[in-house]
Design a protein around this ligand. Structure first.
Ligand SMILES: Cc1ncc(C[n+]2csc(CCOP(=O)(O)OP(=O)(O)O)c2C)c(N)n1
Length: 332
């Protein structure tokens, strides 16, 4: 049944086997990296960060129509697969998660997973949820005024939609027909608050009508459904038709990676590729081995990289000459 749905979409979207294999490779790379990062956190090597498990299709599908280097992406801490999809190297992610001095994201200074890259037009998120939605609207306004043809794509959780920032961003974007796409990765729980205790409507997408934009609900276990929705949203944005609110319903997968969950987006695509003969079990096994080997090499290099020099702990915090003296610090 699920495979039939994927098949129908593949045909409508005119996807070739290579397109599907590329998506699978990205989703699998994210899954393996996510699992490795969780181990490193449990071992005390890495701090902070949230799991991406179950969110892979939402992120890889939404990023697919993005033009890297032209469009802007404003992620949140869960967007590991989105970062891989825009081309952030695994090495950079390890250096960041292990807070190394050579971390290209913040030199090991910021909390991990506040990704950014000038070249990839990844804009760093604040630690406060939903602020990136306002930044995305502002960037989309600038792109519109400059006739850049760029689209801003931003991600957030359903809990973030209770913030005033979310409403201001969508209102402004809707009013000015801005080229921005708001993607809510709805996993049903914000820390410990279930969605039902968070909002009086059944769907985040229901709110889109209030801001004069389409609101689309899509199944986060089906990467092709997400991709189809994202393509439409990008086409609208590029055609000057304004923003879209996409709500991706994220499957909450079991904690163990061993049982195949029918809603697992990575497993679903894998089963589909095998069923069509686009990938053999042997090719799948060698892909996993290849991704794991590259991942371990990147990790070994990151573990060898130096930690930031403690003497630099106050760098970049104060304008030159304005840092409090040692005495002032002790007194204050
Ligand atoms: C403005 C603000 N309030 C509270 C927090 C603390 N906080 C960090 S993550 C989080 C949960 C956010 O949930 P959601 O937006 O649904 O994203 P999820 O982590 O579930 O993907 C909260 C409340 C914060 N970072 N910023």
């Amino acid at each position: 049944m699920r495979l039939a749905r994927l098949d129908a979409r593949r045909i409508t979207l005119d996807l070739q086997p290579d397109d599907l294999l590329r998506a699978y490779r990205l989703m699998l790379r994210a899954r393996l990296l996510d699992e490795r990062l969780a181990e490193l956190r449990a071992q005390g090597h890495a701090i902070g960060g949230a799991v991406c498990r179950g969110h892979e299709a939402a992120q890889v599908g939404c990023v697919e129509p993005l033009r890297v280097g032209l469009d802007y992406i404003l992620p949140y801490y869960r967007d590991l697969a989105a970062m891989l999809a825009v081309g952030m190297p695994v090495e950079a992610i390890f250096l960041n998660q292990l807070s190394r001095a050579t971390d290209p994201i913040s030199g090991g200074r910021m909390r991990p997973a506040q990704w950014n890259s000038r070249a990839l037009r990844v804009v760093s998120a604040s630690g406060l949820v939903a602020t990136q939605t306002l930044h995305a609207a502002g960037i989309a306004l600038a792109a519109q005024l400059r006739h850049e043809g760029a689209v801003a794509l931003t991600f957030f959780g359903e809990g973030a939609t209770s913030e005033g920032d979310f409403h201001e961003a969508l209102n402004f974007a809707g009013l000015h027909h801005l080229p921005v796409i708001f993607v809510c990765e709805n996993n049903g729980i914000a820390l410990s608050t279930p969605q039902t205790a968070q909002m009086p409507v059944a769907h985040v997408a229901d709110r889109a009508a209030a801001y004069g934009m389409p609101g689309v609900i899509v199944d986060g276990s089906d990467v092709l459904a997400v991709l189809a929705t994202a393509r439409e949203a990008f086409a609208r944005a590029r055609a000057g038709q304004g923003p879209t609110l996409i709500e991706v319903i994220i499957p909450r997968l079991s904690g163990s990676g061993d049982d195949a969950d029918p809603r697992d987006p990575v497993e679903g695509l894998r089963a589909y590729l095998l069923s069509r003969g686009d990938m053999t079990p042997a090719a799948d096994a060698s892909l996993r081995a290849e991704l794991r080997a590259a991942q371990e090499a990147a990790l070994a290099a990151a573990l060898d990289a130096p930690l930031p020099d403690p003497q630099t702990v106050r760098d970049h915090l104060f304008a030159p000459g304005s840092a409090p003296t040692e005495d002032e610090r002790k007194g204050g």
